[in-house]
Design a binder for this molecule. Structure first.
Ligand SMILES: Nc1ncnc2c1ncn2[C@@H]1O[C@H](COP(=O)(O)OP(=O)(O)OP(=O)(O)O)[C@@H](O)[C@H]1O
Ligand SMILES: [Mg+2]
Length: 200
């Protein structure tokens, strides 16, 4: 299999480890372009499935939803889809804390989006998105998963979804660089740049 030869990952993407590459479920995938095509189909089907139904905010913020959505977006391609990460990365919480951190985020977000909250919905959604990618629950697919979950949450609140810089954020671009820089600012406690990016 030629998966060693994938070329450069875009800035801020998490490279796959050996163990994760072995989780590839499709024998016909032999290079990066096959993989991109297989992932794109899986992601599109997964998103369609979730967007075809109405979801309650409360259930979207359940940690089981996070795993189910990841499995539906990546499970045709990767055996580890929907399973929390067990490997340490240079981003994200330590693997043993992933489950508790995702549950804590769900509790916090219920409060941010709640009726008694004074936080604007866009800010609550930006915080949810940033915190989920910062936790980095899965070996890969965290960005796409967190962008979709955030959109599903906005839909459940009757709000318009974010436009994510109006571009495909998966490929390297000036917009992706601004997105990653804004997430780094949020890591340092400044939510304003990502909020601005998401409302563009
Ligand atoms: N410093 C950072 N702080 C918080 N999140 C970050 C940071 N750097 C990158 N990220 C997030 O991690 C994502 C990359 O992780 P991963 O490779 O698991 O996602 P992906 O869905 O496979 O790909 P994509 O990069 O297209 O989102 C980025 O999209 C971004 O959302
Ligand atoms: Mg990735």
């Amino acid at each position: 299999m030629g998966l060693d030869d994938w070329g450069e990952d875009p800035e801020g993407a998490t490279p796959l480890g050996e163990e994760e590459r072995e989780g590839l479920r499709l024998s016909w995938v032999t290079d990066r372009s096959d993989l991109n095509a297989a992932e794109a189909d899986n992601i599109r089907d997964g998103i369609l499935k979730w967007e075809a139904r109405r979801h309650r905010l409360d259930s979207l913020l359940d940690d089981k939803t996070v795993r189910d959505l990841h499995r539906d977006m990546f499970g045709d391609v990767w055996g580890w889809a929907g399973k929390y990460r067990r490997r340490e990365l240079n981003i994200g919480v330590e693997p043993a804390r992933v489950g508790i951190e995702v549950r804590n985020l769900g509790h916090d977000a219920r409060f941010w989006f709640g009726k008694s909250s004074t936080m604007p919905v866009e800010e609550a959604a930006a915080r949810l998105h940033h915190r989920l990618v910062q936790i980095h629950p899965f070996p890969n697919g965290n960005g796409l998963l967190s962008r979709e979950l955030t959109d599903l949450v906005l839909i459940s609140c009757g709000e318009a979804t974010f436009r994510w810089g109006r571009t495909d954020l998966v490929v390297a671009s000036e917009t992706r660089s601004r997105y990653i820089a804004a997430l780094r600012a949020a890591d340092a406690g400044d939510i304003a740049p990502i909020l601005k990016f998401l409302n563009e």
